[in-house]
Design a binder for this molecule. Structure first.
Ligand code: AVJ
Length: 318
């Protein structure tokens, strides 16, 4: 690697999948990039900050549901299950669930290895008798579960409405893959964000202090750093819009002037007003949510919602 004045002091390894996804996404019309690439170290920190924002209701609402309904969970799932969490991140919600159900093991799966190891260590300390077996990987790709949980019935845990990031057809594919991975007799506890007042939805993705804007624009900074890009960050503005036909909030970065930039040796142009679509966050009505789960091979068993109907936790069985 050629060392220049602005070369990073910490050597960066370029993820070929990152390069491929970004080049493909910028070459497409309209431009669109997969949301998994938001979560470098800075992106993960910014997401944590988002979850504390007054406008961002999902995390706080879901956490309150997990705190409140522990007795219900224990009764519905029984003891000794291996809890397999998909996209564990900082796992801040998980202790509530683990305390409630007396699981046999905890298997957090995440693509961000640093984050995963740190949060697994914290969790293992809080639950000294619980085997914690982290798996570093992308749950959208085929995975193998650790041998230690072979004999245990499983409870999949997929909180945060992460399922909403997927197009409905991809969401169904993922649910089916989880069904195969977790096996017969498995259950799945999944968080889904509800359709609600448009202004409330937009505010959650375009907060007053600009944390979500920083989260969205950080993708461009990451591209510049890791893929030798020269995107002018000040040439882009954060946008959050409600797509009513597809019932989803979309995040975009919009060119505020005509732009010409390079990424990994490729040249790109954007007209003023043109956007890169960086994320979709699908929202589900009660019936839509159940239909989606059934299509994915999971039969709804119980459902918990807050008084305002903002967010739902759905328990399903294979
Ligand atoms: C992590 C996918 C649940 O879609 O609400 C938050 C990500 N993006 N603010 C979401 C996100 C902008 C978040 N999920």
């Amino acid at each position: 690697m050629l060392l220049t004045d602005d070369a990073p002091t910490v050597p960066q390894t370029v993820d070929p999948a990152f390069r491929r996804d970004i080049i493909e996404g910028l070459s497409r019309s309209p431009k669109a990039t997969p949301p998994i690439w938001f979560y470098d170290r800075r992106g993960s920190e910014l997401f944590e900050a988002i979850t504390d924002l007054p406008e961002y209701y999902p995390t706080r609402t879901e956490t309150a549901l997990l705190e409140k309904h522990g007795t219900d969970f224990a009764q519905a799932v029984g003891e000794g299950r291996a809890v397999v969490e998909f996209g564990a991140g900082s796992s801040r919600k998980t202790p509530h669930l683990l305390r409630a159900i007396a699981p046999g093991a905890y298997v957090p799966i995440d693509i961000s290895g640093d984050f995963l190891r740190a949060s697994s260590a914290t969790l293992a300390q809080a639950f000294p008798d619980l085997p914690v077996i982290p798996v570093e990987g992308d749950f959208n790709q085929p995975l193998t579960l650790p041998d230690a949980i072979r004999a245990m019935p499983r409870l999949g845990f997929f909180p945060g409405s992460t399922i909403g990031n997927m197009e409905p057809d991809a969401a169904v594919d993922l649910l089916r893959a989880m069904r195969r991975l977790l096996g017969d007799g498995a259950m799945l506890l999944i968080g889904m964000d509800r359709i609600k007042d448009r202004d409330r939805l937009i505010a959650a993705y375009d907060d007053a202090t600009g944390v979500t804007a920083a989260f969205n624009l950080n993708l461009l900074t990451r591209i510049n750093r890791e893929l030798d890009g020269d995107l002018p960050i000040d040439g882009f503005a954060h946008r959050a819009i409600w797509n009513d036909d597809k019932e989803r909030v979309e995040m975009h970065v919009e060119a505020v002037r005509p732009l010409h930039f390079h990424v990994a040796g490729e040249s790109f142009r954007m007209a003023q007003g043109e956007t890169i679509h960086t994320e979709s966050s699908h929202k589900y009505g009660v019936r839509d949510g159940r239909l989606l789960l059934r299509s994915g091979g999971w039969e709804p068993v119980r459902e918990w919602t807050d008084a305002d109907g903002l967010f739902s936790l759905m328990l399903t069985q294979a």
